[in-house]
Design a protein around this ligand. Structure first.
Ligand code: ASP
Length: 442
């Protein structure tokens, strides 16, 4: 596999994984074999990516901020980023709502399917855990997210991947203070973090060497552990609407990139494709973040001053795919279970709550489903129907999660290019390879 471009290697790994996982479902003990002997390799890969996420955010954000010659630029980047993130998310939810209202995927679902789905999934721990988690978040006040963003212990924040926003908060605080003590005093810290940043990016290169094999394991496991195919077919129309919406979002990003930055959209998609494929295989924007950062900086040419802020923030708060999905899923659940709720005002409420929910969703597999409960609650969906609503979409949640994570990651990369262009920080790509200095150490 030496000469082939990385995205082809990963794609081949994925396809082989799909075929292998599918084939194993036909053998006695095949599923157990995959779970015992294949799945761990995928899990180790995801752990390695998560392992370097915090050091990477720390090092690259500090490098980004301390490279800024004046702080007002940081404010400009920050405001633009948040503004464009909100805008793209609103576009995504609107696309989802238009599609689900016109294509009406809920109409084809009969009572028998609903019954079968709720029997299979309403008491499944996958559904009940998500409901519990959503109910916990429900009792929070409106400013809870701000409270959650500020850590009271920097080391504790860095020790938990779920607290990424706290790490970002601390790092920005540290970076700005470094600027304010003046160049000379900040120099030792700056060179330390510069060096850490180089080293962690090299770790990304090394981890990516195993990507084609890891995606094989990840996909084989997804396929061999998936549920009843009959139920998947019943939900095909709903899944089709979500996937169509997600595809339209990719087209939307391509058009944005081409109009605003003048770059060829196909070139953009090709450069970012390894990150997209990993997003698909891992269903986690957070695990994909190191690769997204490496692709955007080295292969697209976005300056670290921009990418180091835009991408980690985006991985946690900008989830266009997730919010599109929430819009579609909420209306789909109404079409099937609560048609009285299908009024225009409820659709507006969905836009608002899906926007807030996508900001609040963690960048991990299945997080979007938890926030869906919050969206359902905001429109007054009957609480006794929550478990059935979740059961209804649970069967196809994993594949849709994989697809929406691709859109989440592509959205972040698009916005980083736009913000970079707007502040004159979109340069030429300078890819580095894992073995650039191999001869020196041999
Ligand atoms: N898995 C998604 C992500 O990490 C979140 C979700 O939609 O569940 O971006």
């Amino acid at each position: 596999m030496g000469k082939l471009a990385l995205h082809w290697k990963i794609l081949i790994g994925m396809l082989l994984g799909l075929v292998f996982g599918f084939a194993m479902t036909y053998f006695d003990g095949g599923k157990t074999f995959v779970a015992n002997w294949i799945e761990p390799f995928g899990a180790i890969f995801v752990k390695l990516l998560k392992l370097i996420a915090v050091p990477l955010i720390l090092a690259s954000l500090i490098k980004g901020i301390s490279d800024l010659k004046d702080i007002s630029k940081f404010r400009k980047i920050g405001l633009r980023t948040i503004g464009i993130y909100v805008l793209t998310t609103v576009v995504a939810i609107s696309v989802g709502l238009v599609l689900v209202n016109t294509l009406q995927p809920g109409n084809g679902i009969d009572a028998e399917t609903i019954e079968k789905l709720s029997q299979t999934y309403a008491n499944d721990s996958g559904v009940t855990d998500k409901l519990d988690e959503a109910l916990k978040q429900k009792n929070n006040g409106p400013l809870q997210f701000l409270k959650d963003m500020v850590p009271d212990n920097a080391v504790a924040a860095m020790s938990d991947n779920k607290l990424m926003l706290q790490v970002i908060f601390f790092t920005i605080f540290l970076g700005i203070s470094m600027l304010l003590v003046g160049e000379e005093k900040a120099r030792p810290l700056k060179s330390f973090f510069d060096s850490l940043n180089e080293v962690v990016l090299k770790m990304v290169d090394l981890i990516m060497l195993s990507a084609p094999y890891a995606v094989f394991a990840l996909l084989a496991n997804v396929v061999s552990s998936s549920g009843d195919p009959d139920l998947l077919v019943a939900l095909l129309k709903y899944a089709g609407v979500v996937v169509l919406g997600l595809l339209l979002m990719i087209v939307f990003y391509a058009v944005l990139v081409s109009l605003y930055t003048g770059k060829n959209p196909l070139w953009f998609l090709k450069q970012i494709s390894p990150a997209q494929l990993l997003a698909f295989s891992t269903s986690s924007s957070a695990a994909t973040l190191p690769v997204t950062m490496e692709r955007v900086e080295e292969h697209i040419g976005v300056d670290k001053e921009v990418s180091s802020f835009v991408l980690p923030v985006g991985a946690t708060i900008n989830m266009d795919g997730t919010s599109l999905y929430q819009g579609v899923a909420a209306v789909f659940a109404m079409q099937v279970l609560w048609p009285e709720g299908l009024v225009f005002s409820n659709q507006l409420i969905i836009v608002l709550t899906a926007l807030l929910a996508s900001i609040g969703s963690a960048a991990v597999p299945g997080a979007g489903m938890v926030m869906l409960v919050i969206v359902l609650e905001s429109i007054g969906f009957p609480p006794e129907l929550y478990p059935i609503a979740l059961a209804l979409i649970f069967a196809v949640d994993r594949p849709l999660d994989m697809c929406r994570t691709v859109v989440n990651v592509t959205g972040d990369a698009t916005v980083s290019m736009i913000v970079a262009k707007s502040v004159g920080k979109l340069g030429d790509p300078k890819p580095k390879e894992w073995d650039d200095h191999l001869e020196e150490v041999r």
